[in-house]
Write a protein that binds this ligand. Sequence first.
Ligand code: F6R
Length: 613
Amino acid sequence: MCGIVAYIGSREAYPILIKGLRRLEYRGYDSAGVALLNKGNLSVYKKEGKVAVLEDFAKNHDIAGNIGIGHTRWATHGVPCDRNAHPHLSNSHRLAIIHNGIIENYASLKAELETRGYVFESDTDTEVLLNLIEDIQKEEKRTIEEAVRVALNEVVGAYAIVVIDKNEPDKIIAARKGSPLVIGIGQNEFFVASDASPIIEYTNNVVYLNDEEFAVLNRNGQLDIKTLGNLEKTPYIQKLEMDLEKIEKGGYEHFMLKEIYEQPQVILDCMRGRMNAEQGWIKLGGVNEYATRINNAKRIIITACGTSWHSGLIGEYLIEELARVPVEVEYASEFRYRNPIVTQNDVVLAISQSGETADTLSAIQIAKERQALIYGICNVIGSSIAREAHAGSYTHAGPEIGVASTKAFTVQVTILTLMALQLAQSKGTISQSRLRTILYEMEQVPEKVKQTLKLDVKIKEIAAKYFEAKNFLYLGRGLAFPIALEGALKLKEISYIHAEGYPAAEMKHGPIALIDENMPVVFIATNKSAHEKIVSNIQEVKARKGKVIAIILEGDETIKGLADDYIEVPDTDELLSPLVAIVPLQLLSYHIALMRGCNVDQPRNLAKSVTVE
Ligand code: F6R
């Protein structure tokens, strides 16, 4: 939610900022802006819309300067417009700021500043924070870093900020609490960004700031980090393991398509070294580390949001089925606000692609206070949730840039499957031969996903038949129910078609009233144990003239004879079927969205990483 980038050194800042903003655009694209400091002049250019609009605007202006900050916005306080775009200037126009997060007590701070004569040009909480910094700087005669520190002690909320001061042109100040921030260290130069993607081509030495820390980045190459309590910290420099190629589109038309096609490889990468079918073992490092607590857990609580919550539902089925441990799956946003009963006998699994989702982060903080063991399943290495958790498993899918989550989902399900199997093996709830059979089948999954991707042409034809529909229903039973939810979410978020996922058997308790000849109903019929029942549900839809699109296993003649359209996917062990069944639904929504002229990588109103409540 909002991307920030900054540079100080001897290069021209503007090209670095713009390139960085393009890479961070997945985090928000309501407006974009830069501030550049050059020979005592502070210039700010900002425009509503995407980074390209800003670039177009800035090309007729002076963009020189070796210090700069840039921002791409996902609006929280104030509508998207030039005025509310970042960077913001302080009243004296001496300071400029970029901010990702929310200052919750901004209203009272603003009222107080207004009584002291401050005037606000925007509706944002960020401008309030900046003027608070300016006020402290002026009134208390403090350096910029001191003013930032004192101000941040007064604010409630979340932030990753960078501040520059026209009168102190040899440094920039960065601080964070609850929103991500990485510092890249070059030769007498520094980069700051919301994630490492804008930094990677310049340096792979990075420092991740911790919550309630701030950094002073000096042009002479000196880096000072302190806590908000004014304690000095020694910077912990880490090596980035990110590949530039992986953050480019690599010949695909969209990131989403590239990421869908990466699934065979990332599932393989995710399993690598963690299982061996031949020898019949599974080894998730994080599970081994806390084996006693995990094996003895009375209950597992899975908490997540959106797509990650859907993978959590699959985790529930798998863990209960294989390891016979009770599992609850909770929306993190509900969990954190309902005084949940959590004890030291619980294990809380937090699932998050970004590792920065504010609700999920808060949920685990609550569970941690109540002594539960926190296990993170994250994709982004070094992310806040990964760091807050006691243990965890990275999904190793590489950067996911398309706003609609695709490959992150399949690797989350892969980890959850391994976890369920490892737990089942330790608890003795699975026979060694059944375990081996599943592991052998798991090894085949990447190839089966690859085969499913070959159905793209047919899926596109089906998309062409239905792309003008106003509503869609997605139905599935058992393990196919979360897939129905996920298929519906993919469609609605990128094509803006209203779509609902439902347990197929629940249809008759309400949604069946929606069915007529204009309603496409997508059935996920890939779990054999529910076959007869799903056939009956298809009949019920056909009897009401609904249009049936069925995801079936190869050779399912019964459903072929009933469905208006069908997509045949390779058979696998039923417990692994979600990993294959989701793929045609991702492609279906991709093609439908394109046919409707939607921006699939940057759907309206959304942002990749939701760092606000
Ligand atoms: C849907 C989507 C969102 C995310 C959700 C959680 O395609 O991307 O629903 O799944 O915002 O994000 P993470 O997994 O980063 O916590």
